[in-house]
Ligand binder design. Sequence first.
Ligand code: SF4
Length: 256
Amino acid sequence: MLIGGLQKFSLLDYPGRIAAIIFTKGCNFRCHFCYNPMLVWPEKKAGRLKNISSISPVKSVSVSNEASQKDHALIREDGLFDFLTKRRNKLEGVVITGGEPTLHKDLPGFIKKIKKLGYLVKLDTNGTKPEMLEKLIKEKLVDYLAMDIKAPEDKYQKVVNARVDFKKIEKSVRIIRESGLPHEFRTTMVPGLLGKEDIEKIGRLIKGADNWFLQKFKGGTDLVDESFQGLSPFKDKEMGEMVKTGRKYAERCEAR
Ligand code: SF4
């Protein structure tokens, strides 16, 4: 597994659980607003492996999928598993995020090792690999699923800045909704890319979901597209209006 980062402790990223977060490296999207560019661009790949003892914990942030993450040397798997073994009594879960974890063919084997230690596993995904999701669910390797819904179909490619097979996105939504597992969908509301009019369209795609979080765009940091850095987010009142519309489609819809 190509591991680009580790956050040793989080109370925010796995609902109701104390968790560590593992950041896998590499992504097939290039979302303009992504604030993990070092995990996304292959040319920024660090060339050497680092033991986790020499890496400071990444600071905890309030947005679950895309924690700010500054130390980008690849982390050795053996060091990571030593850490998880030692923390078994303190941590309850492990969040696997990215980048895009489902791109890695060794993900099932990697999670098996984590589950052998007794951890619950939450997986964050962009939904482009439904076949991997099916496998993980079938083999009971995930306990909580979180998928980004980037945009309605007509805007998807523009928002993720890459080619998209939208049928795969739809399939992943279906698999997650029918999995019987606790789950959430998240949409980052970026002014200029998405607006109020998109909430209904996205809502129809995830209708009946457990949770749908509308995430406020955050600028002022390294982003995949630097031209978005100075962009102002939607105001709280605007987010509130969008949440109100979103509540027609999910059991729970909140802004964060
Ligand atoms: S899918 Fe997630 S990790 Fe990949 S570019 Fe988009 S925001 Fe970044």
